[in-house]
Design a protein around this ligand. Structure first.
Ligand code: EAX
Length: 321
């Protein structure tokens, strides 16, 4: 590694083309081997290559720079350059984004990815850019499932009464209340300890997060409730963006799409292989959840969502085939 850097520097010196190098700080909640890590590294590699090394990244995995809300705030302020984060806290900065956090809005991965990459998602990226953040591309966290330490969840009534950590996201909390759970909003870095100490009974997250955060160590039951899709997004600080040439802007945007593809592929792989792994780690996994019981319950929250986001906008997302 070291030698490679020296060799590159020497090669640049020989051509007399030594240029200033900007090192960008990128943060995310999970490990460097997680979907967030693989996506972020792929993005950064493509940026480095596309700018001939003028830009590179320093990776800050495992919430080393803080929770998602703090990281988004830091990118907005320009004290952090990049974050790859779920939409969990993003609605507190860009309210329009919250529409994609509605439970049972998306049927499956194909549907969700098509919407995020299509006009709805691209329009939301523009809304993000109007709020002092540059939304480079939608990456992916995955469909969220419930875990807890108390009991197997087959139907919504099994979930009722459980105290569950949620993200700091009102759309989620309003929906989850209809299942009868007691939502307890909490930043991600506090979650493992809260589960370990029993401050909350459970939490909900996609398979790639449950795996990489080793939640099997503190949660016995996993139910594939798939109750909400969790998009994530690669955000860049406007201070960096505004300094980029048009050609470099294109490099960053193309690189973000490369990163997103790698991140989604890792989500696919974890969905395919993660359940077996989690069982091996001692989790009891309920695959055949009564989804209808959850959908029926959450319909009580939909009038509120329609009022907030517009029934037509919700219907337009549902209608994407
Ligand atoms: O790494 O806070 C959360 O639950 C988010 O899903 C986060 O991205 C987890």
């Amino acid at each position: 590694m070291r030698f490679a850097h020296i060799a590159t520097a020497a090669a640049l010196c020989l051509t007399g083309a030594v240029q200033a190098q900007t090192v960008l700080k990128i943060g995310y909640s999970n490990s460097i081997n997680s979907h967030y890590g693989l996506g972020s590294v792929a993005f950064c590699d493509a940026v480095e290559k596309g700018t001939a090394g003028r830009y590179k990244c320093q990776q800050f995995p495992n919430a080393a720079l803080g929770g998602e809300r703090e990281m988004i705030e830091a990118v907005q302020l320009g004290t952090q350059d990049l974050v790859n984060a779920s939409t969990g806290a993003l609605g507190n900065f860009v309210p329009e984004v919250k529409i994609v956090d509605i439970p049972f809005l998306f049927r499956d991965y194909d549907h969700a990815r098509k919407v995020m990459d299509g006009p709805v998602g691209q329009d939301l990226l523009k809304k993000i850019s109007a709020k002092g953040l540059i939304g480079l591309a939608w990456t992916e966290n995955g469909f969220r499932h419930m875990t807890n330490s108390k009991r197997a969840i087959h139907t919504a009534s099994d979930a009722a009464g459980l105290k569950m950590r949620t993200m700091e996201n009102k759309v989620h909390m309003d929906g989850y209340k209809t299942f009868g759970i007691l939502p307890t909003p909490m930043a991600w870095p506090e979650v493992f300890t809260a589960l370990q100490q029993g401050t909350v009974d459970g939490q909900e997250n996609p398979i790639p997060v449950i795996l990489s955060a080793k939640l099997a160590q503190v949660q016995k039951h996993l139910s594939l409730t798939k109750h909400v899709y969790s998009p994530s997004v690669l955000l860049l600080s406007p201070g960096i963006w505004n300094k980029l040439s048009d050609a470099d802007k294109k490099v960053f945007q193309d690189a973000a799409r490369v990163g997103a593809a790698v991140q989604r592929k890792k989500v696919n792989d974890d969905e395919a292989n993660g359940i077996a792994e989690l069982r091996k780690d001692g989790m009891e996994v309920i695959e055949n959840v009564d989804g209808e019981s959850f959908r029926k319950a959450v319909s009580a929250a939909y009038p509120g969502y329609a009022k907030e986001f517009g029934a037509d906008r919700i219907a337009a997302i549902q209608a994407v085939k």
